[in-house]
Design a protein around this ligand. Structure first.
Ligand code: ADP
Ligand code: MG
Length: 698
């Protein structure tokens, strides 16, 4: 394979054609997400070894991390009493010898031959008078001096690998590619941004992140590459947003919002200031030809449903149909139940459309949607089936959007009309993450709870306290309250989980709660059975509900005051916050007990302790984000957008704000990215295989 001539290649070239790669290795690279030169150059090291000064063996200091080179003198495998194998070796240079021990890597005794030159890194210890390094990372040094300029005598990168790709091989390839493609790497960020944030240019930054020369310029390189990631993420979303806005006018609602007023007046409570503010924002959207593209956030129980309901009513008042899509049948039913009396009084015709309806009912509802007699439809994925055709859809609301893929959302929006869009999340997302991941939407936040709402008292309960807790639950139920006993049901372990929930149901029915109606609810039950149990729980025929996480989102039974969570360590914090949001919704105090077994490690308990101390869903989300990374929150959101490898929107919130402004002004000046400032951005998007102005994915 011919070496790429300097200055001729493109970053979109496939790695397969790089010198020494070929089809087989290229296949393995794909597992690392590396297909093109651009991918290779942005396959960043996971860590670095400082090999600027390899020490002589005699000068290695015990108790410190040491990096040194030496020859393998002896190597042998030992059997030990315990089953883990142990390989011992001796490595020496012209100043001394040190003992090496590897546990659980018996193949090393076969792979490494005495006489091999090694570079090692690890912690030097003293063991029974011998200087020893246990489980060092190591590489076989090469004989060629040239190559060693890459692998030693400097700070060297250590990459994430996959089978069949060696550290040295990859490192060598990155080094030669940086060299050969120097002229192909051009600047992709606007100069104004580079200047104002004082960032190095792209080539220097890439060179520096792979082969750092010193701390200062390395830090600046990382800073630049974070700007780049966040900039292009925002740019793609903004272009998608523009594309959607420019598709033509949204239906503009020339109405007096009389239905909204009537509904609000009929409520038994006063709206919070935050609810009123958000409703103002949404009213303005609906009257504007650019329309509504809005994300509505609010903590559990902050009252998003009523805000959604009045918006649906406004669409009807303006002569359109409106749809509300929710992720589960239970939640859809409940929305229908909440909104139906409110809609009745203003004469809005509402239907519930879910998959488990009888075929005849579905046909009837489909017909009503098609001829326009049905004005509001609430439902699950059933709303986006092929046989659903709206006559005049003017508004789409998507609840709990993180449960839906962007494709599903697009399916609902992709009808002929161009409906307004409102997306709601129940799991609060930290603001900076929301601004990043939802750059295509305007953000409204209900940041206030209805007055008189008490935080759910949350306690960790150890097995020894279980009986006392049961007595407490019993007393609450005798007061007329209800309790959830929650079990995880995670896909991999679902069968056991269901068994655990089912046998708990049986046991509780025999023990202290034998005289109390106990119900069982899980995702495998038929819709009719679920509906029956939920209804019994609402009416009080069932007072204690053993359930898997199907109750997680949105379920509203005001009499429920107790939630007992089994295996809380298997839930995310935001999910637990969602769960406990199911209790204490009727003005009485709610209690959440996290039942932790003896076996739950301290670190998991520390994490759970956050739940006992913090009641603000946004703070909990930040904690979750810190622990588990943004993936959980974004869900399907990241499909087709540039990933974040270095940047963390929460930690790097300043950068988020900087690039947001920069993207905004760029798009104002050069909406098609054709001018001198926009063109390099466009080229980069093409090289990355991302088209910004492509089809709307929502
Ligand atoms: P979420 O934001 O979690 O979806 P809901 O919309 O289900 O919350 O509201 C939770 C409960 O609070 C409902 O019973 C609702 O009627 C009630 N509620 C909503 N807004 C107010 C308010 N301003 N004052 C008092 N109660 C309210
Ligand atoms: Mg809700």
């Amino acid at each position: 394979m011919a070496e790429v001539k300097k200055g001729r290649g493109s970053l979109a070239d496939f790695c397969q054609y790089l010198k020494g790669v070929g089809p087989a290795r290229a296949e393995r690279f794909k597992k690392l997400g590396v297909e093109t030169v651009e991918d290779l150059l942005t396959h960043f090291p996971r860590t670095y070894y400082d090999r600027r000064n390899l020490s002589k063996i005699s000068s290695l200091q015990p108790g410190t991390e040491v990096s040194f080179a030496g020859q393998l003198l002896t190597i042998a495998q030992r059997r030990m009493h315990s089953r883990r194998g142990m390989v011992t070796a001796a490595v020496g240079d012209d100043t001394g010898v040190v003992q090496i021990v590897w546990f659980n890597q018996p193949y090393l005794a076969r792979r490494l031959k005495p006489g091999t030159e090694l570079i090692l890194i690890g912690e030097l210890t003293h063991f029974r008078g011998t200087r020893q390094v246990v489980n060092p990372e190591f590489e076989i040094a090469s004989e060629s001096f040239d190559e060693d300029l890459i692998h030693t005598g400097r700070i060297v990168p250590v990459y994430p690998l996959t089978s069949g790709v060696s550290q040295r091989g990859l490192r060598g390839l990155v080094a030669s590619t940086l060299d050969n493609y120097r002229d192909a790497v051009s600047e992709n960020l606007p100069e104004s941004l580079l200047d104002s944030a004082d960032l190095p240019d792209r080539y220097d930054a890439l060179q520096e992140i792979h082969f750092p020369s010193n701390r200062g310029s390395f830090d600046r390189a990382v800073e630049r590459l974070k700007h780049e990631e966040l900039f292009f993420m925002q740019l793609v979303f903004s272009l998608q947003r523009e594309a959607r806005l420019n598709q033509g006018d949204r239906p503009s609602f020339n109405i007096d919002f009389n239905m909204e007023k009537a509904i609000v007046e009929s409520l038994p409570f006063e709206l919070t200031v935050a609810q009123k503010r958000v409703m103002n924002e949404m009213r303005a959207d609906l009257q504007n030809p650019r329309g509504m593209n809005r994300l509505l956030q609010g903590d559990v129980g902050s009252g998003k449903t009523i805000v959604a309901g009045t918006t649906l009513a406004s669409a009807v008042e303006a002569g359109f149909q409106a749809a509300l899509m929710a992720p589960t049948e239970i939640l859809s039913m409940q929305h229908a139940r909440t909104l139906s009396p409110l809609f009745d009084q203003v004469g809005i015709r509402l239907e519930l459309l879910i998959g488990s309806l009888k075929a005849t009912d579905k046909r009837r509802i489909h017909a009503g949607i098609a001829d326009g007699s049905t004005q509001v439809v609430i439902g699950t994925h059933a709303l986006i089936q092929d046989d659903v055709h709206f006559k005049k859809l003017g508004l789409v609301i998507i609840d709990e959007q993180h449960r839906f893929g962007v494709r599903q959302r697009a399916a609902l929006l992709g009808q002929d009309a161009r409906p307004h869009l409102l997306v709601m999340t129940a799991t609060p997302i930290p603001r900076t993450l929301a601004l990043t991941a939802y750059a295509d939407l305007d953000l409204s936040v209900i940041d206030e709870m209805p007055s008189g709402r008490l935080p759910v008292k949350t306690r960790m309960v150890t097995p020894g306290k279980r009986e006392a807790m049961y007595r407490f639950v019993r007393a609450e139920i005798e007061k007329g309250h209800r309790a959830y006993f929650l079990y995880p049901a995670i896909e991999e372990t679902e069968k056991q989980d269901l068994e655990a929930a089912t046998s708990a149901h049986e046991e509780l029915s025999k023990g202290m709660f034998s005289d109390i109606g106990i119900g069982l609810l899980h995702g495998r039950m038929s819709f009719a059975d679920k509906d029956r149990v939920m209804t019994q729980f609402s009416t009080g025929d069932v007072k204690l509900l053993v359930s898997t996480t199907v109750v997680e989102v949105g379920v509203h039974v005001p009499e429920a005051t107790i939630m007992v969570v089994h295996h809380p360590e298997r839930f995310g914090l935001s999910q637990l916050h969602q769960l406990r949001g199911r209790v204490g919704r009727g003005g009485e105090s709610g209690f959440c007990f996290l039942l932790v077994g003896e076996e739950v490690p301290h670190i998991a308990r520390d994490r759970l302790r956050v739940m006992t101390q913090v009641s603000d869903g946004f703070k909990i989300a930040e904690e979750d984000l810190r622990i588990r990374g943004p993936g959980e929150f974004l869900g399907n959101r990241q499909h087709g957008v540039p990933g974040l490898k270095l940047a963390n929107p929460l930690r790097d919130h300043k950068i988020v704000e900087t690039v947001r402004d920069c993207v905004k002004s760029l798009i104002e000046r050069d909406p098609h990215l054709k001018g001198p400032e926009g063109a390099p951005c466009r080229r980069h998007l093409e090289e990355k295989g991302m088209s910004g102005g492509g089809p709307v994915v929502g």
